[in-house]
Design a protein around this ligand. Structure first.
Ligand code: FMN
Length: 376
């Protein structure tokens, strides 16, 4: 391990992006924990996030929290971002994180077809998605009508307004991993023949309209972060953009709609996105490409400090050993990202960021499956 406090210091510089005032470049990646019975995050959830803030993480991105559509998700232990009790719970979380000098944004989540056909939450409500097609290409639930889509935009807007009302510092839209907004992007799950289906631009249109509607609700200064991914749950080879030109066609409408920060989700942050290209372009990761194309700040993510990718976390061989941070530091020096999100390493070690800052890298706690079992 070659890192020392002196060469990680570049990541301990402040950054201000509208309402996000960060003391360093470290974010907690959004991670579903399902410890909010009835959709209400309790004091244990507040304490869990507070500990990561106290341990040096500047930006907390919460686990996915369901927007106010009864078909948003299947799990009754996933938090909601609507309803008096849930919002009071979130206010407790926000206040706890602010006490430690960090900022916090909720990840707004609608699972679309990934809600499945056997939801425990609102089982009488049919699962809905762009075309009623599951990620494996088989029929599931029903497709949105035009009227449904008007309601759906309002649910996203209400979620963002609720977040702002309890003091969150911005919002992140979950547009990745094959969930609702990503289902619009992806040709496999979007075969609509209206203005929301067809070309790449048409498939980006609904997510862009959601962003624009949120922007007009929350005002200019409230930061909107957009998470997207090439890969889908259960399909790591899936791609929405095969070239930088296609990526530009997907991202530009989102920029025009009002996104402030992109959070491209990758499983290994150092992997080049278009390795067939020559020279520096052939080395650039997805966050680097996103920054180059949009000119906006980006968040990188994926196996930071760990030797296995996150999919393993849910299997028997979840244990992941600690690795160095050189690839991350090199990418930062090349200007490929502005913020780095850390997932599993922060589950196992709430003080991970402090340890990186203060030359205590060898004291980091490795990740094991036990760290998923409890909310500590
Ligand atoms: C337990 C767990 C839950 C997750 N839940 C979410 C989620 O709710 N939303 C999301 O966008 N990503 C989710 N992810 C993916 C993480 O945000 C992150 O991208 C991934 O773990 C890679 O980062 P890491 O290698 O540092 O763990 C989850 C990952 C884990 C391990």
């Amino acid at each position: 391990m070659t890192e020392t406090a002196s060469n990680t210091s570049a990541l301990f510089t402040p950054l201000e992006i509208k309402s996000l005032k960060l003391r360093n470049r470290f974010a907690m990646a959004p991670m579903t924990r399902a410890f909010s019975p009835g959709g209400v995050p309790g004091t244990d959830v507040a304490e869990y996030y507070r500990r990561r803030a106290a341990g040096g993480t500047s930006l907390i991105i919460t686990e996915g929290t369901l927007i106010p559509d009864p078909a948003a998700g299947p799990n009754p232990r996933v938090p909601h971002i609507y309803g008096e009790d849930s919002l009071a719970g979130w206010k407790g979380v926000v206040d706890a994180v602010h006490t430690e000098g960090s900022v916090i944004i909720p990840q707004l989540w609608h699972l679309g077809v990934e809600r499945g056909d056997d939801p425990q939450l609102n089982p009488d409500v049919t699962t809905v998605s762009p075309s009623g097609i599951a990620l494996d290409g088989t029929p599931l639930g029903k497709a949105f009508t035009s009227a449904d889509l008007d309601d759906l935009i309002q649910h996203w807007v209400d979620a963002a307004a609720n977040a702002k009302s309890v003091g969150f510092d911005g919002v992140e839209l979950h547009g990745a991993h094959g969930y609702l907004l990503d289902e619009f992007f992806w040709a496999t799950t979007n075969v609509r023949d209206d203005r929301f289906g067809g070309s790449l631009e048409a498939r980006t249109r609904f997510p862009a309209e959601v962003v624009a509607a949120i922007r007009s609700e929350v005002g200019d200064d409230f930061a909107i972060v957009y998470r997207y991914s090439q890969w889908k749950s259960g399909n790591y080879d899936a791609r929405i953009a095969h070239t930088p030109q296609e990526l530009e066609r997907v991202l530009t409408p989102l920029v025009d709609a009002g996104v402030d920060v992109f959070h491209p989700s990758t499983r290994r942050h150092w992997i080049p996105e278009f390795p067939e290209l020559d020279g520096v372009e052939g080395q650039r990761g997805l966050a680097g490409w996103t920054k180059t194309i949009t000119g906006l700040p980006t968040i990188t993510v994926g196996s930071v400090g760990l030797d296995k990718e996150f999919g393993s976390a849910f299997g028997d061989d979840a244990a992941s050993a600690i690795t160095g941070l050189d690839p991350l530091l090199e990418q930062f020096a090349r200007g490929e990202f502005d913020i780095v999100a850390v997932g599993r390493a922060l589950l196992s070690d709430p003080e991970w960021v402090d340890k990186v800052e203060h030359d205590r890298l060898d004291e980091r706690v490795a990740f094991s499956r036990d760290h998923l079992a409890a909310l500590t």
